[in-house]
Design a protein around this ligand. Structure first.
Ligand code: MLT
Length: 238
């Protein structure tokens, strides 16, 4: 890797990502959930944009042994879905079935970076593993913060900062853009109490008000997973 940049919201992602490795981040909660589901036994995840697409695809899977339907709208499990968007729901899946998955911002982010050479999925849980994977690649890196409907989500920026901190530890010569420096500085300032920081963010507060504070605390835990999911040909897998 030569340089690292950060897009703070999807609207700042360039159209042409040819030759770049992009890392999609939606800590609260889509990418934390994707990681939990793959760790929990899902062979792969198929992200789709709409509830209708999800239902149609799930019906097709039904003809071939089935899948789970997971995701959220307004942070809640849509009617008829097997699971919502809580990482804790996926930690031990009853069966090792694929998951058709749709969320408000996370799945939109995956579509936005479709022109990249390589697409990786990050949350706080796999920050150091993602950093190691990036160091092994020769391309420039764009860390993509999904944000919330066009607004910056602070927890996504902190996750970008965590990945940059883990890269810097191993390779201090990597070139950082100003965006990357801002993310790194924010992470360093918040690192001593990530849980409290996450609970104060807009999403952290919204989830807590719905009784989902444990999801926020779960998503704040860093660097314990060695899985690095990638997204290619419509599938997320490890
Ligand atoms: C999203 O993709 O918009 C989020 O992950 C929302 C949520 O917390 O469920």
């Amino acid at each position: 890797m030569v340089s690292i940049d950060v897009a703070f919201v999807l609207e700042l992602v360039p159209d042409d990502l040819t030759g770049k490795t992009t890392v999609v981040i939606d800590v609260l909660r889509a990418t934390s959930t994707i990681l939990a589901a793959l760790a929990g036994g899902a062979p792969h995840i198929v992200p789709v944009a709409t509830l209708e697409e999800a239902q149609v695809l799930a019906a097709k899977y039904g003809e071939r042994g089935g899948c789970y339907l997971g995701g959220e709208r307004n942070r809640l499990r849509p009617p008829g879905f097997d699971f919502g968007n809580s990482p804790r729901e996926y930690l031990q899946l009853p069966e090792a079935k694929p998951i058709v998955f749709t969320t408000t911002n996370g799945t939109r982010a995956l579509q936005r970076v479709a022109s990249s050479k390589q697409i990786l999925i990050a949350s706080m849980a796999n920050g150091s593993a993602v950093a190691e994977r990036l160091l092994a690649s020769a391309s420039d890196v764009l860390l993509v913060c999904s944000g919330t409907l066009g607004k910056i989500a602070a927890e996504d920026v902190l996750c970008a900062g965590l990945i940059i901190a883990e890269v810097e530890k191993r390779a201090p010569v990597v070139q950082l853009t100003d965006g990357a420096r801002i993310a790194l500085a924010s992470y360093r300032q918040a690192a001593c109490n990530l849980e409290q920081f996450f609970l104060q963010t807009t999403s952290g507060q919204g989830l807590s008000q719905l009784g989902l504070k444990e999801d926020v605390l779960h998503a704040a835990r860093s660097n314990y997973s060695s899985l690095v999911p990638s997204y290619a040909d419509g599938y997320i897998s490890v």
